[in-house]
Design a protein around this ligand. Sequence first.
Ligand code: SF4
Length: 495
Amino acid sequence: MDTVWVFGDQLSVDIKSLAGRDPATTTVLLVESGATIGDRPWHRQRLHVVLAGMRRFAGELETAGFTVDLRPAPTFATGLRAHRERFSPDRVVAMEPMSWSGQTMLERLDVDIVGSNQFLCHRDDFAAWAAERDGRLRMEDFYRWQRQRLDVLMDGDAPEGGRWNYDDQNREPPPDGDPGWPEPVVDDLDDLDAAVLAGLPPSAVGADPTGIWPTDRAGALRRLERFIAHGLPRFGPHQDAMTESSWHLAHSLISPALNLGVLHPREVVDAAVDAYDRGEAPLASVEGFVRQIIGWREYVWGLYWLWMPGYRDVNELDADRPLPPMFVTGDTEMRCMSETLAGVEVHGYAHHIQRLMILSNFALIAGLDPQAFNAWMRERFVDAAEWVMLPNVLGMGLHADGGRMATKPYAASGAYIDRMSDHCAGCVYDRRARVGDNACPFTTLYWDFLARNEASLQGNGRMGRQLANLRRLSDIDDVRARAVEILGLAGDGSL
Ligand code: SF4
């Protein structure tokens, strides 16, 4: 008798360690580790989606005839030890886990590890691709390689429609008024959900779930269908827009299900391409979505494994400022920040531009400690995982890796936020002002960031125009003095 140990982010019967197994000769182990659940201030919706997902998956496996040992335990290791004592399996098998610490734990605990099939590009294949590129690991190159080898949106050897990338059509600001963004699927919570919520530790933060995030495969498939039918056609043009009239716009909201393994990237991409083939979604939207799934998502996954374990400690800009209280309280007069932080509190979610150009942008230009900010991002998002957050936050968002991932810092002033959102009209700050009491903190800190890091950025060709603009500022001393005031106000919770 074998035991297959399944983790809370591997919730599929098709994972390589389970696929094709005979339920009569296989026991499935799922461990709810008290240390992991209680060791940080996780968002309640994050804990709920994982724990409810594990319990529903255990039920699906039992229905399929498996013996399931769903075991609360102080730690993963004690859970495995207790399972071995109770079931005496001939061997314990697990699929490659989703984290570096999970990998080292399995090796330490004498578990047989089989390769992962949860991504379309296995980490070894990514490493081989990277080895051929002499350090130039551009996402666009990886994406085109994925398109070709996976035969996604290809017309023979050429990209469908004659172009690889329709990014220039994916940057529209929010439209005037509410065009009727597709409403998310919402499920009623049941007794299983109530039991999960009743057992959450006191350290958990954030609002309780409202049924938006699926906790089983049927629910995940309903959300995928809703997105393909109603969101995808409008996803492309406004995927970077931010509006106070809708927290989700036309975003898919399937990232939690994807990151927990409930949905597989192949079926998600196939569904989008099928919609294009049926003439139900434009190429610019479908390509933009496909780029997120087989491009960015798999690129980030590959980089994580390529650069761990050292990557988690990078801090090339020597940023060391603690997180201001607004990241806990949500209280700030900065309209863009308060709206985004409220979305994180209520839904455990913000879309990719809110994450990059509001939250991470603020952390970058304010010089927040990258590891502290990354920890906050991991704890607060319903779809978070270390492999997602480290490259996206430390590399893309904070430039803490010195440009290994993103060739320039994604620093932006209030002008960008004003162009891509409707926040500034209702804000007490003036996005055009960089000095004075009503100066937009993003605008002031943007210039201060450039001035503070001018020496280390001036060798970067992509920063030439921004640094030239900096040198033209006649009031840079006043800007830097105001930046000190702003950081002080942020630090005492009154910005
Ligand atoms: Fe954000 Fe500045 Fe706009 Fe206010 S003015 S919403 S702080 S970008």
